[in-house]
Design a protein around this ligand. Structure first.
Ligand code: C2E
Ligand code: CA
Ligand code: CA
Length: 735
C-alpha cells in the first residue's frame, strides 16, 4: 500500500527541486554500511549526519532536526525499535526509513507499525534506496504544505466567522423555501432571538405584518449579482417572548434590507436552480426615530403638540379643495388671548406655558372631530371649521369657546382669568385663497380686539386698511433701489470652540426716508409678493461681492460671506447666471460665497433646483440650508443637493432648555455631522446656549452673544482684528 502511494508520486528530478538542502541522519553500527550510505547520499547533495549506534542517534536527534532518518534495527547498544519509538514520541513528523538485514515480512510490518515511513532490505540497491529517500522527502514536504494550507484555512474561517458575528448588521441566509439556514450573533441583540430559535424557521416569523407583502416581493424576486434587492426599508419584529424587552428599545426595528438570490453553480445556465438567498439587514431605527422627531416638530408646536402654521396651511389647502367639491362652506378662525403678555410678564414663562397648554385643551373640547386646531405662535391660535351649514354654526362654536375660556384657570396656586378675541371668515363667500383667508381672519380678530375684546368678529370687505399700507410699501420699495436706500449689514459667524471668526452673513437693511431703518421682516414679504425681490436680490449679490473684493484689496483674509436667497430669485431662470455674473465682475473665487436657502424653497421645484444648484456647486459656491428644522427636514432629500452647511433655526436655540428641543438639536447636529456638513446654530444669545451647543459639537454659531449684525465699516474693523490674531474674544462689541 505504501508503495502504491509512492508510485503515484512524481519522480525525483521531474518535480520542482527540493527547496533547501535536506538533512539526513544515517544510523548503523556497521561502519562499512555507514560509510557506504553516507557516500551515496552525500553525492546527492544531501547534508548527511551519521550515528554508529542507538545512543548516538538519540543525541543527534536531540541536537538538530532531520528531514529523514535511515535506521538500522539490530544494534548492540540500543536497538532500532527503541529509536523508532523515541522518534514517534518526540518528533513524529520526521520520517524514518528502516534499513534492515532482517528480510522477513514480519520485520517490515513491525517496523511500519512502529511508525516507520518505509522499509528497505539490506543489502540495498543504490538506485532503489535513493528513490525511496527522495520519495519520502517529497511526501514529507507535501504533507507539510498541506498542513499549513489547512491551518491557514482554519484560521481564515475563524476570522470570517468572527467578522460575520461581530458585524453591526444582521446577516442571514435562507434556503429555497425561505427558512433561515444561517443567522449571525447580531440577531440576539437586534431582535432578541437566539440563533437556534431562528434556524429552520420561515423568515415571516420576523417580518412585521404590514411589511409582509414587500418582504415576499423582495425574496421572491430572487435577483442575483448586481441586480440584487438593495436597501429596502422594512420593519422586523422582535421576539415577543424575549427576556429583557426594555433593552431592545421597542417591539420592532426598522432595517434596510438587502437580498441576493443564490443559484446552483453546477447546473447548466439553462437550468440554474434557485437554492436560497443571502443578505444583510442594517438597523436604521435610530435614524428613523430622529427623522420622525424632526418631522413631527416641523409640523407641530412643541409646547402644546398642536399643529403649527405649516400644518394648518396644509389642512386648509386640502379642506378648501374638498369644500369646493362638496359645495359646503368652511370657516377660518383666528384666536388671540387678551392680555396674555401681562400674565406672562408678571407670573413668568412657566405659568404662561401651563396656561397655554390649558387653553389648548379647553379649545379642543369645544370642537368637533374633523376640526383643526393649531397654535400659530405665542398666544395666537387658529381653527378650521369644515363642512358648515351656515354662519350660525360659527357663532355657536365661538360662543362656546368664549364661554369655556372665561372660566377661571388654576395654575400653580394662581387663579387666572383670561378671555379671547376671535376673528372669522368663511370660504368661499369671503374668498378662496388660502393665505388671504388666514389674513382676513386675522384682520377681523384685530377688529374684535379694538371693539372691546372677548368677542367674535366676522371679516367684512371694508376691513382692508393693512392692504393700502402694503400698496404704499410696494411703491416705496421700487423707488428704494433707484434711490440707493438699501445697505447690507454683516453678522459674524464664529467657531464654537475657539470663538474665532469664520465668516459673515449678509443681512439686508432699508433706510426708509420716513420710517427709518427697516429690517427684512418689515418689507421682504411684500417684496416677495410683488416680485421686487428679484432686482433687490441681485443688488444684494453684487453688494456682497463688492464688499468681499474690497476686503481682498485691503489685504484682509478671504472669509466666507453668506447671502440669503428668496423663492422668487431661485425660481428666476437667470438665477445661476446672475450669481456667476456678480462673482465675475469682482473677480472673486466661488468658494468664498455661500448661498442660504430654506428647505421648503428647495423642495418647491426639486428637479429644476437640483440642476441650478449643481451648476453653482461646480463653480465652487457653497450652499447652506437656512432655518433648518422648520421645514420638511427630510435627510433623504437633502442628500440629493450639494449642501455644505446646515443652519439650525433660532427657535430651537433660544429654547434650548426645553428637553424636546435639546434632543432635536442634538439629532440635527449629529445628522449634519454625519453628512459631513458644517453645522451653524443661529440666534445664540447666552453663554448657557453656547456651552450646550459646544457640548453637542455644533461647529459654528451666530447670534447676539457674539455680535449683532455689523455695518460694513464695523465688520471691516473686526476682520482686521481677526487678521492680526486679536479677534478671538468671546464677546465682540455690539455696534
Ligand atoms: P435669517 O436668515 O434667519 O437671518 C437671521 C436673523 O436673525 C436676522 O434678522 C438677524 O438679525 C437675527 N438675529 C441674529 N442673531 C440673533 C439673536 O441672537 N437673537 C435674535 N432674536 N435674532 C438674531 P434680520 O436681519 O431681521 O433678517 C430676517 C430675515 O430676513 C432673515 O432671516 C432672512 O430670511 C431675511 N433676509 C435678510 N437679508 C436678506 C436678503 O438680503 N435677501 C433675502 N431674500 N432675505 C433676507
Ligand atoms: Ca439666513
Ligand atoms: Ca435663519
Amino acid at each position: 500500500m505504501l508503495d502504491d502511494l509512492i508510485g503515484h508520486l512524481p519522480q525525483h528530478g521531474t518535480i520542482s527541486s527540493l527547496p533547501v538542502r535536506s538533512r539526513l541522519l544515517i544510523v548503523d553500527d556497521e561502519p562499512l554500511i555507514l560509510e557506504g550510505l553516507s557516500r551515496l547520499l552525500g553525492a546527492r547533495d544531501y547534508e548527511v549526519v551519521t550515528a554508529n549506534g542507538g545512543y548516538e542517534a538519540l543525541t543527534a536527534i536531540g541536537r538538530q532536526q532531520f528531514d529523514v532518518i535511515l535506521l538500522d534495527l539490530g544494534m548492540p547498544d540500543l536497538n532500532g525499535s527503541e529509536v523508532l519509538r523515541f522518534v514517534a514520541e518526540h518528533c513524529a513528523d520526521t520520517p524514518v526509513i528502516v534499513v534492515s538485514g532482517d528480510s522477513t515480512i514480519d520485520a517490515a510490518i513491525r517496523a511500519l507499525r512502529g511508525g516507520a515511513a518505509d522499509f528497505v532490505r539490506k543489502p540495498y540497491e543504490a538506485e532503489e534506496l535513493l528513490r525511496r529517500v527522495d520519495n519520502t522527502l517529497i511526501r514529507r514536504r507535501l504533507e507539510k504544505e498541506n498542513n499549513s494550507i489547512l491551518q491557514r484555512l482554519q484560521q481564515s474561517e475563524k476570522w470570517h466567522r468572527f467578522l460575520v458575528n461581530s458585524s453591526p448588521d444582521f446577516i442571514y441566509t435562507l434556503d429555497d423555501a425561505g427558512r433561515f439556514t444561517f443567522v449571525n450573533d447580531r440577531v440576539e441583540s437586534l431582535l432578541g432571538y437566539r440563533r437556534e430559535d431562528l434556524l429552520g424557521q420561515h423568515y415571516s416569523i420576523v417580518i412585521h405584518e404590514d411589511d409582509m407583502a414587500r418582504a415576499e416581493h423582495i425574496f421572491n424576486e430572487r435577483r442575483a449579482g448586481d441586480r440584487n434587492a438593495r436597501n429596502i426599508e422594512i420593519r422586523l419584529k422582535c421576539n415577543p417572548g424575549m427576556r429583557r424587552p426594555r433593552l431592545m428599545n421597542g417591539r420592532c426595528k426598522a432595517v434596510e434590507l438587502t437580498a441576493t438570490g443564490m443559484y446552483d453553480e453546477e447546473a447548466g445556465i439553462f437550468e440554474r436552480r434557485f437554492i436560497g438567498s443571502y443578505g444583510v439587514a442594517k438597523d436604521v431605527t435610530e435614524r428613523k426615530q430622529a427623522e420622525e422627531t424632526v418631522h413631527f416638530q416641523a409640523y407641530h408646536d412643541l409646547l402644546t403638540g398642536l399643529p403649527n402654521r405649516a400644518l394648518f396651511r396644509d389642512h386648509l389647502g386640502l379642506m378648501l379643495a374638498q369644500a369646493k367639491r362638496n359645495q359646503q362652506p368652511l370657516a377660518v378662525l383666528s384666536l388671540d388671548l387678551d392680555h396674555f403678555k401681562v400674565i406672562n410678564d408678571s407670573l413668568g414663562h412657566t405659568i404662561g406655558d401651563e396656561l397655554l397648554l390649558m387653553v389648548g385643551t379647553r379649545l379642543r373640547q369645544c370642537l368637533r372631530e374633523g376640526d383643526t386646531l393649531a397654535r400659530l405662535g405665542g398666544d395666537e391660535f387658529a381653527v378650521l371649521l369644515p363642512n358648515l351649514v351656515s354662519r350660525g354654526d360659527v357663532e355657536h362654536t365661538c360662543r362656546k369657546i368664549i364661554q369655556v375660556l372665561s372660566k377661571p384657570a388654576y395654575v400653580k396656586g394662581h387663579e387666572i382669568y383670561i378671555s379671547v378675541s376671535i376673528g372669522a371668515c368663511v370660504a368661499p363667500e369671503d374668498g378662496e385663497l388660502l393665505d388671504s383667508l388666514i389674513r382676513q381672519a386675522e384682520i377681523a380678530m384685530y377688529q374684535a380686539k379694538s371693539d372691546g375684546r372677548s368677542r367674535l368678529q366676522f371679516w367684512e370687505s371694508g376691513m382692508q386698511a393693512p392692504y393700502s399700507d402694503r400698496m404704499q410699501l410696494e411703491v416705496d420699495l421700487r423707488r428704494a433701489l433707484v434711490r440707493n436706500e438699501f445697505v447690507l449689514f454683516y453678522q459674524p459667524q464664529v467657531d464654537t470652540l475657539s470663538g474665532e471668526l469664520r465668516g459673515f452673513e449678509a443681512l439686508l437693511r432699508w433706510w426708509h426716508p420716513q420710517r427709518g431703518l427697516l429690517t427684512p421682516v418689515d418689507f421682504i414679504p411684500v417684496a416677495e409678493e410683488s416680485g421686487v425681490i428679484v432686482p433687490i436680490g441681485d443688488w444684494v449679490l453684487h453688494q456682497a461681492s463688492a464688499q468681499m473684493a474690497a476686503w481682498r484689496k485691503a489685504g484682509l483674509p478671504p472669509l466666507r460671506l453668506s447671502v440669503n436667497i428668496s423663492a422668487r430669485q431661485l425660481e428666476s431662470p437667470d438665477f445661476v447666471d446672475s450669481v456667476m455674473h456678480a462673482l465675475q465682475v469682482h473677480a472673486l473665487d466661488g468658494h468664498q460665497m455661500e448661498l442660504e436657502i430654506t428647505e421648503s424653497l428647495l423642495m418647491r421645484d426639486f428637479e429644476a433646483n437640483a440642476v441650478k444648484l449643481g451648476r453653482l456647486s461646480t463653480a465652487g459656491i457653497r450652499l447652506a440650508i437656512d432655518d433648518f428644522g422648520t421645514g420638511y427636514s427630510s435627510f433623504k432629500y437633502l442628500s440629493r443637493f450639494p449642501i455644505h452647511s446646515l443652519k439650525i433655526d433660532q427657535s430651537f436655540v433660544q429654547e434650548l432648555d426645553r428637553e424636546e428641543n435639546l434632543s432635536i438639536v442634538n439629532a440635527m447636529i449629529a445628522m449634519g455631522r454625519g453628512m459631513n456638513l458644517t453645522v451653524i446654530a443661529e440666534g445664540v444669545e447666552t453663554e448657557a446656549q453656547r456651552a450646550r451647543l459646544q457640548q453637542m459639537q455644533c461647529h459654528e454659531m451666530q447670534g447676539y452673544y457674539y455680535s449683532a449684525p455689523l455695518s460694513g465699516h464695523a465688520a471691516t474693523a473686526l476682520l482686521g482684528q481677526h487678521a492680526h490674531g486679536i479677534g478671538q474674544t468671546k464677546h465682540l462689541a455690539v455696534s
